[in-house]
Design a protein around this ligand. Structure first.
Ligand code: FAD
Ligand code: MG
Length: 339
């Protein structure tokens, strides 16, 4: 599949760094086009140029190891060897796959890092996006099964049991990259900072005036930068999965990029978007995708069972639900809270 590199200069969730944020002390935001999107970091402290360099070097390293779109990455090598042999990988790649399988189990398979064949078949966001026939979907569905990923921790190797299987870490690796950026920032003693990797937001530390960070949650029905409401967070991550990020329309029907591994079609359960607030961005990233596929009832139950994890759900009928600990205010009056 030839995936076109789609760089969105606007992001799903844009951190609204209000006047209260000591703008005067901010280093200029650094933005690079990596991980298939615009990745921005803003450091509110000294010593920034070297730290910026180290952060983006690390993010590029992650892309070179975890992308399905570049040749020779660890993920590309695992996929090429599917059904034949196991492949030794870098320890960070192993870790992200291990976490992806954890979330696959936790979500009852709604999150599944072996969606690769479905991603290729539909090609959403690429030059050859199309609605495949049911027969084509039925052909690839047996290849989508996270239980057929075999890990060997001692060898740091990964084996896909069936030929044709393919890993895709698109729903979790941006979050991991944000956590890695935060680790570099913390190692350099820099606080506060804001990381925005294509809508995966991670606020590092507290703002200097101790006020909360304000993060806008995209209105799924409007263009980029129009918000449904505002979240207030401290040092946490905010990640949204929604129908509006990558999609195409055919015969009045919208086909988006988050698949139900059981039907092989874009997940459709009344939700427009799910936003997760959690301390670790990788977890928030995986959970936003997982809960979007699980739907409100099951997804809400999962979020309620996890410590320090909150969620905001936006529905097609413009109703909004949130967990008790989510500090979320609606700003667009076309939406309404429902409890
Ligand atoms: P999320 O909900 O977080 O993830 C959706 C994505 O996860 C889908 O696009 C699909 O890849 C996968 N997915 C779909 N359904 C499921 C499911 N049920 N369970 C698990 N995963 C699922 N984009 C480009 O256009 N070109 C590139 O070269 C490119 N390179 C990338 C390299 C890396 C390392 C990463 C992390 C991303 C890259 N991307 C690239 C972007 C990527 O393809 C996804 O579109 C993006 O990560 C989706 O993120 P999201 O936040 O919109 O949605
Ligand atoms: Mg995700």
């Amino acid at each position: 599949m030839k995936l076109q590199y789609r760089f969105s200069l606007f992001v799903i969730i844009v951190p609204l760094i209000f006047a209260a944020c000591n703008r005067a002390e901010a280093q200029p935001t650094r933005t690079e086009l990596v991980l298939g999107t615009a990745c921005s970091v803003t450091l509110y402290d000294q010593g920034a140029p070297r730290v910026y360099r180290n952060i983006f070097r690390r993010i590029e390293e992650i892309e070179k190891r975890m992308s399905v779109n570049l040749p020779g990455t660890d993920i590309a090598r695992i996929n090429a060897a599917a059904g034949r042999s196991s492949v030794q990988v870098q320890s960070d790649v192993f870790l992200v796959i291990e976490r992806a399988l954890h979330f696959a189990e936790l979500s009852g398979g709604a999150f599944d890092p072996t969606v690769g064949p479905l991603v290729s078949l539909w090609g959403i966001g690429g030059d050859y996006q199309r609605v495949p026939s049911q027969a084509e979907i039925d052909d690839v569905l047996p290849l989508v099964n996270w239980r057929d990923v075999q890990l060997d921790r001692g060898e740091c190797s990964v084996f896909l049991k069936r030929s044709g299987m393919a890993l895709d870490l698109g729903a979790i690796a941006k979050g991991y990259a944000a956590d890695e950026a935060a680790a570099i920032i913390a190692d350099n003693g820099i606080k506060p900072a804001i990381i925005d990797f294509g809508g995966n937001i991670l606020a590092v530390g507290r703002k200097k005036n101790k006020s909360l960070w304000s993060v806008g949650v995209q209105n799924p029905n409007e263009g980029r930068g129009a918000y449904a409401g505002i979240l207030h967070i401290t040092g946490q991550s905010v990640v949204t999965s929604g129908v509006y990020e990558r999609f195409f329309e055919k015969d009045g029907e919208r086909y988006h990029h988050i698949f139900s591994p059981s039907t092989g079609r874009p997940a459709d359960n009344g939700l427009l978007s799910v936003t997760i607030i959690a301390p670790v961005s990788m977890n928030a990233d995986a959970l936003s995708t997982a809960v979007f596929v699980m739907g409100y009832e099951k997804g809400r139950a999962l979020i309620d069972s996890l410590p320090e994890t909150e969620a905001v759900f936006i529905f097609k009928d413009l109703s909004v639900r949130k967990t008790a600990g989510a500090d979320f205010t609606l700003t667009d009056e076309s939406f309404r809270f429902e409890y």
